[in-house]
Design a protein around this ligand. Structure first.
Ligand SMILES: Nc1ncnc2c1ncn2[C@@H]1O[C@H](COP(=O)(O)OP(=O)(O)OP(=O)(O)O)[C@@H](O)[C@H]1O
Ligand SMILES: [Zn+2]
Length: 570
């Protein structure tokens, strides 16, 4: 049987992630992992923090901490919040792990052995005051084109002209403000992606089942302008994986580190090693090496659109270029952007709702449901408080919550807290069972295809079918004239609850567990046979009326939150 390796784009370490990051990577990956596990498949679901690079150094400096300490703390914070959201990683690793350091150096060595690494001399801005080379974005000055005084080294935000740092008039370091900047010669390693262009192009061309968003971005990078460019994979920084050629020193590369985008995807592999080293698994190579049994692995990656070039081209270039039998990705599910109330979510500008804040105001399932049912798949999607309130109240409270509360309370009042025995199923019951059976098949097909929004819509339809049945059959009315028939109606409706729980668990795991608890069902397998699954609760099976599963969001709360999250997070 196929084994499923699933990775989410690894969240960067410079702060707590916002809801856009969550819905663009970790959350849909979790949905898929939970669904496959629910269907009895073997899954290895990995994620990690992406820790290297300048923004991490700068965030640590701002927090007044050494970068290692800052990253270790932020890792713990992100891990705790991920758990709060029910993200069911088999392991949550760190790109700064010793496993990743070794593996990154190994890949660089293998690529060099294959003739795919070139040493290039460059002139770059050096700041003696800061004691370091400055990346383009950390140099600011006056725009030579429009005179704007705060133009960045890569672009002027005022007139949008693309710039090189040496174009700036009166350049200064954004770290220290120092103006005694000078150009210095420095040597870097480049990955010769251009040599792999045709091979990558042919490979992408075979991926006709991938989302167009994924393949179109890859094709653009392959063909626009002069085509796929060689890529610098080293930086003059202190925080990162030291440049080595395998376990050997690399002459001329002393004091340099690998570029964060070189080591970050390698962490997908190293994370499986970390999983084993943490005592959670026994064999990582069978997931990652085709010479060690990974041929039966289907590997799926999840990410937002800005990460697509690195996963369709750069990381495959590393894998293919190494000449070693590593597993390549089989499917890349990519997402457009979630926007916040008329603008962008932004970590650096503190704009939007962040994962820790979201959990402070409502349980994870509310967020999971809204985010997944509005996932930015075919286009960007916008979070507004009005839409959030309306969707959650309608889908979770009015449709699902209300169905469960109505039927369990009615049963308790007329038959007691046990599944009633009398009566036979008639035409309406058979029709409902047939309808649910057809819907579940559609739901499975959509989940298999990772159609997130459409899956949510189908699931909502499955919930609504139960409500419509109750509405049409009205057991509370039937009871007055034909209590046995009402008993049969109640029996079927109660049996929908464990079915709903298992189908809904990938979206709303906590509520699904409460539903099973209330129905006193310890183990509910996936309903491969829906009519049989709807007989799970035998007559006489005891249950409890559950607590309110989903409270409605009031207008007052909505207004309060809209105001609280309108500004900038400090
Ligand atoms: N607004 C968004 N909507 C959907 N996905 C997003 C959004 N912003 C980022 N992502 C995705 O979130 C994942 C994690 O991103 P990462 O931690 O690197 O933050 P980022 O892309 O730097 O975002 P930001 O600049 O807002 O901090 C990536 O797959 C990225 O593509
Ligand atoms: Zn300008």
């Amino acid at each position: 049987m196929t084994r499923h390796l699933i990775t989410s784009a690894i969240p960067y370490i410079n702060g707590i992630k916002h809801l856009g990051n969550l819905v663009g990577s970790q959350l849909p990956a979790d949905l898929y992992a939970r669904y496959l596990r629910g269907r009895g498949q073997e899954v290895l679901f990995l994620c990690a923090t992406d820790e290297h690079g300048t923004p991490a150094e700068l965030a640590a400096a701002k927090a007044g901490k050494p970068v290692e300490e800052y990253c270790a703390e932020m890792y713990e914070t992100q891990a705790r919040i991920a758990e709060g959201f029910g993200l069911s990683f088999d392991h949550f690793g760190r790109s700064s792990s010793p496993q990743n350091r070794k593996l990154t150096q190994h890949f660089a060595g293998a690529l060099a052995d294959q003739g795919l690494i070139e040493e290039v001399s460059q002139r770059q801005i050096y700041s003696p005051t800061d004691g370091r080379f400055l990346p383009d974005r950390y140099v600011e000055g006056t725009c030579p084109n429009c005179g704007f005084e705060d133009a960045r080294g890569d672009q002027c935000d005022n007139c949008t002209k693309q710039l090189d740092p040496e174009d700036l008039i009166n350049p200064r370091s954004t770290i220290s403000g120092a103006t005694d900047l000078e150009m210095r010669e420095t040597k870097h390693l480049f990955l010769r992606q251009s040599k792999l262009k045709d091979e990558l192009d042919e490979w992408i061309t075979t991926k006709t089942d991938w989302p167009v968003l994924t393949t179109s971005i890859a094709k653009k990078w392959l063909h626009d302008g002069d085509g796929l460019q060689d890529r610098g994979i080293t930086r003059d920084l202190s925080w990162g994986v030291p440049v080595k050629r395998g376990d050997q020193d690399w002459p001329g590369m002393e004091g340099k580190v690998f570029y964060v985008w070189f080591d970050a995807p390698i962490e997908y592999i190293a994370c499986a090693q970390e999983w084993v080293d943490a005592g959670k698994g026994s064999d990582w190579e069978s997931w990652w090496r085709t010479d060690k049994g990974a041929d039966d692995v289907r590997y799926t990656q999840f990410m937002g659109k800005d990460n697509v070039p690195f996963h369709t081209l750069s990381f495959p270039a590393t894998i293919k270029g190494s000449g070693e039998p590593w597993k390549l990705v089989d499917y890349i599910k990519s997402f457009n952007y979630l926007t916040y109330d008329g603008g962008q979510f932004s970590t650096s500008r503190g704009r939007g709702v962040f994962m820790d804040q979201a959990l402070e105001i409502l349980p994870a399932d509310y967020w999971r449901w809204w985010l997944l049912s509005h996932a930015p798949e075919t286009s960007d999607a916008e979070f507004t408080w009005e839409n959030f309130q309306a969707s959650v109240n309608k889908d979770l409270a009015d449709v699902l919550g209300n169905f469960i509360s109505r039927i369990t309370k009615f049963c308790r009042s007329k038959f007691g807290e046990a599944v009633p025995e009398a009566g036979e199923y008639g035409e309406a019951e058979k029709a409902l069972i047939a309808d649910i059976t057809a819907r579940v098949a559609r739901y499975e097909a959509l989940m298999d295809a990772m159609e997130v929004r459409k899956s949510a819509a189908e699931l909502r339809g499955i919930w609504a079918a139960g409500n419509e049945y109750l509405q049409a059959q009205a057991p509370w009315t039937t009871f007055k004239t034909d209590p046995d028939k009402a008993a049969a109606q109640v029996r079927l409706a109660l049996n929908l609850i464990p079915l709903y729980a298992v189908l809904s668990a990938p979206f709303i795991p906590t509520a699904a567990a409460s539903m099973l608890d209330a129905m006193k069902v310890a183990d509910m397998p996936w309903p491969d046979d829906v009519p049989a699954a709807l007989g799970k609760l035998a007559p006489g099976h005891a249950f409890e009326v559950p607590e309110v599963l989903f409270a409605k969001i009031t207008d007052e709360s909505r207004e309060e939150w809209a105001e609280r999250f309108a500004g900038k997070r400090d």
